[in-house]
Ligand binder design. Sequence first.
Ligand code: HEM
Ligand SMILES: *[C@@H]1O[C@H](CO)[C@@H](O)[C@H](O)[C@H]1NC(C)=O
Ligand SMILES: *[C@@H]1O[C@H](CO)[C@@H](O)[C@H](O)[C@H]1NC(C)=O
Ligand SMILES: *[C@@H]1O[C@H](CO)[C@@H](O)[C@H](O)[C@H]1NC(C)=O
Ligand SMILES: *[C@@H]1O[C@H](CO)[C@@H](O)[C@H](O)[C@H]1NC(C)=O
Ligand SMILES: *[C@@H]1O[C@H](CO)[C@@H](O)[C@H](O)[C@H]1NC(C)=O
Ligand SMILES: *[C@@H]1O[C@H](CO)[C@@H](O)[C@H](O)[C@H]1NC(C)=O
Length: 643
Amino acid sequence: MLSTILLLLGVAVLYCSFNIISGLRVNIAAAKRSGLPYFVIPISPWNRIGQIFNKIWVPLFKKLPRKYWQDIEFILNTNWQYQENHKVFARLSDAFLIVSPGRIICFTENAEALHQITSKREAFPKPTEAYAILGQYGQNVVTLEGAQWRMHRKITSASFNEKNASLVFKESISQTLGLINMWLGPDGLGNKTFKTIEQDTASLMLNIIANIGFGLKILWPGQEFPADADPRLAKYATQEAPEGHTMSFVNALARTLDYLILLLVVPKWMLRIVPSKRAKVALEAESNFVGYLNEFLQDKIEDVRKGNNSEGLDIMGALVRTSYGDQPENGSATTGSGKKGPQIARLSDSEIIGNAFINIVAGHESTANVLHFAIVELATNPASQRRLQQDLDNILGDADPNTWDYDAKMNLLLGSMVGASINETLRLVPPVVDIPKMVSPNQDQPITIEGQKYLLPRKATIGMVAIASQRNPRYWPTKPSKISDAETDIDDFVPERWLQTESTKNETTKVEGADTEDLGGYSGSDTSAQLYRPPRGAFIPFSDGARACLGRRMAIVELVSALAVVFQKHSIELAVDEWANDEQVNGMSKDEKAKLYRMAQQSSRTTVKGATSVITLKLHGNQYVPVRMVRRGEERFVNWIDS
Ligand code: HEM
Ligand SMILES: *[C@@H]1O[C@H](CO)[C@@H](O)[C@H](O)[C@H]1NC(C)=O
Ligand SMILES: *[C@@H]1O[C@H](CO)[C@@H](O)[C@H](O)[C@H]1NC(C)=O
Ligand SMILES: *[C@@H]1O[C@H](CO)[C@@H](O)[C@H](O)[C@H]1NC(C)=O
Ligand SMILES: *[C@@H]1O[C@H](CO)[C@@H](O)[C@H](O)[C@H]1NC(C)=O
Ligand SMILES: *[C@@H]1O[C@H](CO)[C@@H](O)[C@H](O)[C@H]1NC(C)=O
Ligand SMILES: *[C@@H]1O[C@H](CO)[C@@H](O)[C@H](O)[C@H]1NC(C)=O
């Protein structure tokens, strides 16, 4: 008996070893054929089990002679894209392969390669299995590929047009005014240190996305429900739980997003039995949230049946209209294929919910992070903040934000320091640092870099390391750094670099076999031709091509309006409480104040460097940059300090 077990075990071990070794040999052969530099690692950095057992196999791996691991040691750090970014590629090559027994990964920061990859969706599809968990409330435009994705993209992209963008502009302005009121405090003076800027920008973007996604109107403390809004929505507007729920909508949504990974990865039955407060809150939030989603869906179906077509922002409502409006028989949603009648693509209820959910996930934290970092960087770089305010004075004067006209102001703002600051933030701290793609499983795919052809192995995973190309000095105008002893200012926040008229020296070459079909999403320019245009592929915070971010224009509009509202009549200063209290500051000479602010700047830069990427790049853990909001003219530092 025992000997049989031992024999079976021996066979199993042999079989596994054989598989591992032959897998590795096949993959190394493919890597050799590719013509790209490659590095061998025993377990793929994207292998979940490998990640869990890092502490066991990594030390063993490092027992090998140095030359086998020193080049790729970086990859064991799950945050390497942000921490090392371009430096890795400068050292190894701007495209290289990581080969393990189970997988080949191609990491690249090369703009030419990135442009080709994003231009050919069928040759370089999305590795959808990595996104599968995002489909658990319903399949959607992010989790699908192929014909199904195309249908979802066509239907969902209908909401993302300029008319709706102007509604986003209005809602963002109104929401940002609510946020400012909270920051200024009851006396309206501001001048109080707060440490919650990351959470507050997240609340702001949540309120806005609740409006974009469902047509809801969420209020800040002290605000009143507007008379012209749908009274049926009043019960969702506050922090109080309406009947049938134990959490308010925003609360349920925020907590669900907080615990998203936990909820998506750990089975529900396990969450129910573990005696943990987090598991309890997560489950409660999710069940509330799913309850709301179903409630909204039913309400909107009801509206369509009654012919009550509300105008305004409400992506879920628009999806329901596509599925339930004007059709011979209602109720049964189909994909339109092979059914009688006209071939209209329709989403099922679960797909409507799935897409409503994914727009919130995709559109909430990403936009909040960019706003958060943009504000922090502007506080850390007072000269840029002043230039931005000058532009705002020229474009908007002191007109009440509620009266700003989208058509008249948007492009002016985009062409100013406002647009430049957003671009510069997206360049330095893109929410998605490394965008996953893969090589089609059918065949190896050629790419051309500087006239040289390479062959990417079929099935290989691709990491498009946006943050590295965006910090590669080859693609950007640079000057010597003013704040460090680095050769260039490529790693510094210098929004002014976007405003120069010198355009990129390298024209983008046409990609052979590029996608031509327009599947929706914003394709217009974000601003005038005067501004710096990096080579195609070098700046991809929203990805590019057929699978580029659907919400790009919405995100830009939200960010432009929020920054304009914040800085039109206020300034944001780094708080210096850590080193001096208000009384001490009041008694300081200019030199002493400048020195004091430099400490705060140093500290802010160090904190931002500590950001980590968990789904999106932000300050995780207990990190924050403390700031103060003051009315313009009442600044202590940023109205005169140099850099
Ligand atoms: C600054 C804010 C944002 C950034 C940096 C950003 C970035 C991205 C990136 C990099 C992708 C490609 C992801 C991938 O290929 O895996 C993407 C896809 C997507 N984004 Fe955004 N996003 C932002 C805001 C938004 C907003 C506000 C919405 C919706 C309201 C949105 C909706 C989507 C959707 C639906 C997709 C999937 C498109 C597809 O696969 O066809 N995003 N976004
Ligand atoms: C967006 O625009 C379209 C077309 O102008 C309109 O039908 C729709 O109701 C608007 N709102 C949403 C959320 O799609
Ligand atoms: C139709 O919608 C409006 C607001 O969008 C609401 O005030 C009204 O009660 C709705 N009518 C019906 C019949 O549901
Ligand atoms: C749509 O469905 C509802 C409820 O199932 C039904 O009462 C109504 O008659 C249907 N409308 C049409 C046009 O079939
Ligand atoms: C931001 O970058 C985009 C993409 O290159 C460009 O179209 C736009 O002009 C830039 N905006 C500003 C203000 O420089
Ligand atoms: C741009 O062109 C110059 C000269 O032809 C070349 O040296 C440089 O590598 C090119 N840069 C890019 C980003 O292609
Ligand atoms: C901010 O408040 C502190 C203490 O309350 C005061 O000393 C300081 O002068 C104020 N600054 C401004 C600009 O009002």
